[in-house]
Design a protein around this ligand. Structure first.
Ligand SMILES: Nc1ccn([C@@H]2O[C@H](COP(=O)(O)OP(=O)(O)OP(=O)(O)O)[C@@H](O)[C@H]2O)c(=O)n1
Ligand SMILES: C[C@](O)(CO)[C@H](O)COP(=O)(O)O
Length: 238
């Protein structure tokens, strides 16, 4: 990989989850949506972003589905694969960051971590994030101001009840990509441990304040069983 002196941008796509909440019986990233595996939609969108020098997909070491699912995309020279997925999303991302370093990506280069499960991502939103963060000291993430009234629950499941209404002012729902320099994100994740749900949390824990860049309602994460049909409808109409 040729690396220049000015910082490059690389995408890192954690794709090693099991999709427990989606209840698909197999990793959700390979479930077909509009005729193609979910991850194919994600990768195709990212590969359309010209400023991404590479797109690294992090797979589980025992993944047997990726090559067949992605078909011709596997020949894209900017697409790379690392079979270093871990037991949590944070561990998969940490493995991918190490793989990027071993491929020659520099500490000052930007890494845009994007969930395989956010398959409706559009190149324009990624470009918006790059434009907003490339001259930023810290980096940032796509996110949306919370639109609904927020409730704190008491008890679980069908017995859940409202304990309180939470003030939504100033609250945002985090999306991906999340864009940070490799040399900042790697030690931040190492220090934060494996239970963080996003990269921004690790950067925040170091005392930094990542930039909030407006995402899009359509940039949803396929999480629950009903999300497959929603993603399919949206892919057919947008
Ligand atoms: N050990 C893990 C867990 C998650 N992911 C990836 O992180 C992204 C966001 O995670 P999530 O939606 O929570 O996916 P799953 O962990 O697969 O879902 P669940 O939590 O319902 O099992 C997904 O692209 C998923 O493949 C990963 O690479 N490695
Ligand atoms: C990173 C993320 O997509 C931000 O919303 C999300 O936290 C990842 O999903 P998870 O289910 O918490 O792993």
């Amino acid at each position: 990989m040729l690396i220049g002196m000015s910082p490059c941008c690389h995408a890192l796509v954690p794709c090693a989850g099991v999709g427990q909440r989606a209840g698909a019986g197999a990793p959700k990233q390979y479930r077909a949506i509009a005729g193609e595996a979910m991850v194919v939609h994600t990768l195709r969108a990212l590969l359309q972003v010209e400023r991404l020098a590479s797109v690294l997909v992090v797979l589980s070491p025992d993944d047997t589905a990726f090559e067949a699912a992605v078909g011709e995309l596997v020949h894209d020279p900017r697409l790379r694969v690392a079979r270093c997925g871990g037991a949590s999303r944070a561990e998969s991302v940490a493995g991918g960051l190490q793989a990027l370093l071993e491929q020659g990506v520099m500490p000052h280069d930007w890494v845009l971590v994007h969930d395989a499960a956010r398959c409706l991502v559009e190149p324009a939103w990624v470009d918006r994030l790059i434009d907003a963060c490339r001259d930023d000291e810290v980096g940032g993430l796509l996110a949306l101001p919370v639109a609904d009234t927020l409730k704190q629950q008491v008890a679980q499941g069908p017995d859940a009840r409202v304990a309180a209404t939470v003030d939504r002012a100033g609250k945002w729902a985090a999306q991906t990509p999340q864009m940070f320099r490799l040399g900042l994100l790697q030690p931040a994740l190492r220090q934060a441990g494996e239970h963080l749900t996003d990269e921004s949390s690790a950067i925040e824990a170091l005392g930094h304040d990542p930039r909030l860049v407006r995402g899009d309602l359509l940039n949803l994460k396929v999480t629950w069983p009903e999300d497959f049909a929603l993603a399919e409808r949206l892919l057919g109409t947008v």
